[in-house]
Design a protein around this ligand. Structure first.
Ligand code: AHR
Length: 498
């Protein structure tokens, strides 16, 4: 095998549109994901707009986040929305029993979340409480958010918001097979049917109802059996179906350091992340059986790396650093999502700020952007771009029993008319020479950016925020219908052709 990859890009073979919602995010009441990371309160010395941090909003606006899922996660099935409205000093202080047993002041509720979503320019995806709430509670929450008139709309107006909000996505609980109620699939499918019945929005508006999906990390009952049962028994009443997949390279119960790892762990992590390809194929095959028209959308509404918590942090806060390894996981996973773009319409990385594979880390007034943030930023041209067929013949990167295609890629024609090619070199040791024959397109110039770092363990922190940051890429040329590039070891490159 020659090292690197040989590709043919078929500009005349457009595929599905890469739904911008696959670049969605997830923000849960967990650790400092909301409190401290997003919400500091209007009296804080940290610059804020109505209590929401300005620096975090600016960074997220720059990412063009299409959709944000809230308030959980496991927190969703313990959350009672009425406790999070009205004057903040009158809201009950609860205990976040699932995440660290810390107090939950309820200062960040429906109004604050909707304000946040509007400030960052994202659509709202709210997960309702099925596990410990009633259909009535859920129905009233939806009415409170969306109704133009009636006593709940009046109450909303008294609380500061006259106009109804848009609520494009509503989740019927979270992980009903686990923290959402430990249900078995037949019961969960019945419950999903029942709750879905009462999610109603005003005429002329629409809320997509998403069922709590399977976990590709667990036993068949919570995995393929779950998807089969939910599609068979409730597929007709839902518009979307969630799926969770976390990258636990050493198993769920044996999490290792996010920053101190060797090359074997690098290979295992990327290899484990890429298993999502096969999982998606299997779940999509089941969905196709019950929904051949592909009406029901598959949403990977939680995904990302899950390592041991940062030493010294509260283990219930799921705080972890984010290295070049996370950047590569992000890029190769996004490439897989684009591949299944005619069924996978949404994905929400876990999570937005300070939790798991975060985009942003904060500490008091300080903020830093992670390598994963930069991948999402570099992939912006792929939002709503038309995927182009790309035949890839890659060499293999092999380590410690893992064999992984050395180069991962996505090509698309963006809304600006230009062709973009994302190329990731998974190999942490060798550069990857890439040649791309351009069929059906002529290009004379290529420009691009690269994300790489001194080592595969490199990360950004408050003292060194630019260890892993995009830089102009000068290693590509285009001539006579062929694009050539040499990707540095452990790098993500995005090229634009004109
Ligand atoms: O993202 C952290 C947790 O992982 C979520 O709360 C839950 O849905 C999943 O198990």
């Amino acid at each position: 095998d020659a090292p690197g990859a040989q590709m043919t890009l078929h500009a005349d073979r457009p595929g599905p549109v890469i739904d911008r919602r696959i670049f969605g995010q997830f923000a849960e009441h967990l650790g400092t994901g909301i409190y401290g990371g997003v919400w500091v309160g209007p009296d804080s010395r940290i610059p804020n707009v109505r209590g929401i941090r300005k620096d975090v909003v600016a960074a997220l606006r720059n990412l063009q986040v299409p959709v944000v899922r809230w308030p959980g996660g496991c927190f969703a099935d313990e959350y009672h929305w009425r406790e999070g409205i009205g004057p903040r000093n009158k809201r009950p202080v609860k205990v976040n029993t699932h995440w660290g047993g810390v107090t939950e002041p309820n200062s960040f509720g429906t109004h604050e979340f909707m304000d946040f979503a509007e400030q960052i320019g994202a659509d709202a995806y709210i997960s309702g409480n099925v596990g410990s709430g009633s259909p009535q509670e859920m129905a009233e929450w939806v009415e409170y958010i969306t109704a133009p008139a009636g006593s709940l709309a009046d109450e909303r107006a008294r609380n500061g918001r006259k106009a109804p909000w848009k609520l494009p996505y509503f989740g019927i609980g979270n992980e009903l097979w686990g923290c959402g109620g430990n249900m078995l699939i037949d019961y969960a499918a019945d419950v999903t049917r029942r709750y879905a019945t009462f999610i109603k929005v005003p005429a002329g508006t629409r809320t997509m109802k998403l069922a709590s999906g399977a976990t590709a990390n667990d036993s068949a009952e919570k995995n393929l059996v779950w998807t089969e049962g939910m599609m068979r028994k409730a597929g007709d009443v839902i518009d979307g179906f969630g799926l969770h997949y976390y990258t636990f390279p050493d198993g769920m119960r044996n999490k290792q350091s996010a920053t101190e790892f060797d090359e074997a762990s690098w290979a295992r992590t990327i290899g484990t992340a890429l298993k999502i390809d096969d999982y998606l194929k299997q779940h999509i095959a089941i969905m196709d059986k019950y929904d051949p028209a592909r009406r029901v959308e598959l949403a990977v509404d939680e995904w990302g790396t899950w390592f041991a918590p940062t030493p010294g942090s509260n283990p219930g806060f799921l705080q972890q650093q984010n290295t070049m390894r996370d950047a590569v996981v992000a890029a190769v996973t996004l490439d897989v999502f684009t591949k299944y773009g005619d069924r996978v319409k949404m994905a929400n990385i876990a999570q937005m700020v300070n939790v798991l594979q975060a985009m942003i880390l904060t500490d008091g007034p300080k903020m830093v952007l992670t390598p994963t943030y930069h991948v999402f930023e570099m992939y912006k041209p792929f939002q709503d771009a038309t995927r182009l067929a790309l035949d890839v013949k890659s060499s293999w990167y092999a380590k410690d029993g893992w064999s992984i295609p050395a180069v991962s890629a996505t090509a698309a024609r963006a809304k600006d008319g230009m062709i973009y090619v994302a190329l990731t070199n998974v190999d942490p040791n060798q550069p990857a020479p890439v040649t791309v024959s351009l069929a059906g397109a002529t290009a004379t110039t290529v420009t691009g950016r690269v994300l790489t770092a001194p080592t595969m363990q490199s990360y950004n922190d408050f003292d060194r925020p630019q260890q892993v940051a995009p830089a102009p890429f000068t290693g590509a040329t285009v001539a006579n219908g062929t694009l050539t590039a040499t990707l540095p070891p452990h790098s993500v490159v995005v090229l634009s052709l004109r």
